[in-house]
Design a protein around this ligand. Structure first.
Ligand code: FRU
Length: 526
């Protein structure tokens, strides 16, 4: 019983442990095993990249089947290649790459593509065709917008002649090359517009400020600065202010947020910008189409537009609203997610409790059966013991009765032996009567009569006669004496009475008996 209780205790403990593990695993599982892992390799950090990542994360809220893994390489192509290689070894399902520059990052992207990972190139392009899709700003259009703006300065007679400083992004990155190309296309042949100097600011504010300052020192005639992004435009604006110059400045990106182009426009640091956001939402949507095997465009270009101070103020207000909405959506999604987790946890708890209840019922049944069969066995054993005791008692009674009967029989035998001996010792006495026998056997006449009658069913006279006749029978068979001699020897007063009694007993006369016995002996011997 103790072993049984220990066993059921163990079963309960194991079941409880298994249920708790299932609940924990299922909860963890829900958080850590989405269907697709998407690696996002950004070439740098900063407002533009952070915003793009934020847009992707907001879109991901609608796609819980996607896990996003972000890495950024601080404008370092070598580091970006290493990060792409680590995504390859992690066997991500898809790679989104914004390459730092074309030549340096192309080999790593080709490796990912060759490893069978779909590669979605964004923002900046790569060399060759080992990539799955491209999505990014229309940089030629952005260049055109830069040209349009400079032309508008002339048309609105803000300046008579544009002596332009062009601040480049990384020359080995496609947006820089294309923005320049678009700008050059738009100003080509216009005499009043001249690029008097240009330098590479590598997309970075520090470099932009440094090179702008140097160029301003050499080219004080510059009255227009076009920078390939807002960060460099704002940085150049600082150099311009330091030098107390009056220069129109345009950048690219027009981002909301602290340090973004919209704020710079609003605060008068720059005069114009061209819209160019990373559109993380669209990038992720395209990635999901690729992952789901749906048709997708190989090349997607986002259109741009000129953003002046007024537009910037309007957009900033809208951006605020949009950002609030996005934050609210993310919060709601998070709450829904947590609610879903709680609901799932509750489901598992219900399943767990049901399992425990079923186990409990099964255990109770087993315990009941064990108790029941133990009681049954005990009852059967008690019954058997009672029966055994009863049989023992019966046996004792029977044994006692047997002993009594045996003693009675023995006394009967003894009595008959003594009686027979007594009768046989006086067999030839024809006068032998019951009186004499009673005296010999120390009994009363009536007592002897009753005893003989009870033991043999015959009267004493008949018994004596019976013994006489059977002795006579033996003597006849011996054949040593005559019938007459035998009659007297066995106590008959007359041979004729002997013959009569003999015939009554054996169905034939003594002579006939003697004869038949002799014949029988002869036959046996012969
Ligand atoms: C951000 C950035 C943007 C620019 C883009 C070009 O890293 O420099 O300002 O528009 O990259 O790739």
């Amino acid at each position: 019983m103790i072993r049984f209780t220990q066993l059921s205790g163990k079963i309960f403990a194991i079941s409880f442990f298994v249920i708790i593990s299932i609940v924990c695993l299922s909860c963890c599982e829900q958080r850590s095993t989405p269907k697709y892992v998407v690696g996002v390799s950004q070439c740098s950090d900063g407002l533009w990249r952070q915003r793009m990542n934020f847009e992707m994360q907001t879109e991901q809220v609608l796609h819980p089947e996607i896990e996003l893994r972000f890495r950024q390489s601080d404008d370092n192509s070598l580091l970006q290649c290493q990060q792409i290689d680590s995504f390859i070894s992690e066997r991500v399902d898809l790679l989104i790459v914004a390459p730092n520059e074309e030549v340096g990052v192309t080999p790593a992207i080709s490796r990912a593509f060759d490893a069978g990972i779909p590669v979605l190139v964004t923002d900046r392009r790569v060399i060759g065709d080992k990539w799955t899709a491209y999505v990014g700003g229309d940089n030629i259009q952005i260049g055109h917008l830069m040209g349009d703006w400079v032309r508008s300065l002339l048309m609105t007679e803000q300046i008579k002649e544009a002596r332009v400083m062009e601040l480049w992004g990384l020359p080995n990155s496609s947006p820089a090359a294309k923005r320049h190309q678009g700008f050059a296309e738009k100003i080509e042949g216009i005499k009043q517009i001249r690029i008097v100097c240009s330098a590479c600011g590598r997309w970075l504010p520090e470099d932009g400020e440094r090179v702008a300052d140097s160029l301003l020192a050499i080219h004080p005639e510059v009255n227009v600065i076009v920078a390939h992004n807002d960060e460099m435009a704002i940085a150049a604006s600082r150099a311009v202010r330091r030098r107390g110059l009056d220069i129109r400045i345009m950048g690219v990106d027009a981002l909301p947020g602290e340090g973004g182009g919209l704020q710079a426009l609003e605060q008068g640091w720059i005069d114009m910008s061209a819209a160019n956001s990373g559109r993380g939402d669209l990038v992720l949507r395209l990635a999901i189409r690729i992952l789901e095997g749906k048709p997708f465009p190989k090349d997607t270009l986002f259109p741009s537009a000129l953003i002046d101070t007024n537009a910037a103020m309007g957009i900033l207000m809208q951006a605020d609203l949009i950002d609030n909405d996005a934050a609210a959506i993310r919060k709601i999604r998070q709450e829904l997610y947590e609610l879903g987790s709680i609901q799932q946890m509750q489901q598992w708890i219900i399943i767990g409790l049901t399992v425990i209840a079923v186990l409990f019922i099964v255990m109770s049944f087993i315990l009941y059966r064990a108790f029941h069969s133990r009681n049954m066995a005990r009852a059967t054993q008690e019954l058997q013991e009672r029966q055994l005791r009863k049989q023992n008692r019966q046996l004792e009674v029977m044994t006692a009765e047997l002993a009594q009967t045996k003693a009675k029989v023995q006394s009967e035998v003894d009595f008959m032996q003594r009686l027979t001996n007594e009768i046989e010792s006086r067999l030839s006495d024809s006068e032998l009567d019951i009186e004499q026998l009673a005296t010999q056997l120390s009994m009363s006449r009536a007592g002897l009569y009753r005893k003989i009658k009870a033991s043999t069913g015959q009267s004493p006279v008949a018994l004596v006669r019976y013994i006489r006749l059977h002795k006579a029978q033996q003597l006849l068979e011996k054949g040593d004496a005559t019938i007459q001699e035998i009659a007297y020897e066995v106590g008959f007063a007359t041979p004729s009475y002997f013959a009569k009694c003999f015939k009554d007993e054996f169905g034939m006369s003594p002579a006939e008996y003697q004869k038949s016995h002799e014949n029988k002996v002869d036959t046996e011997e012969g």
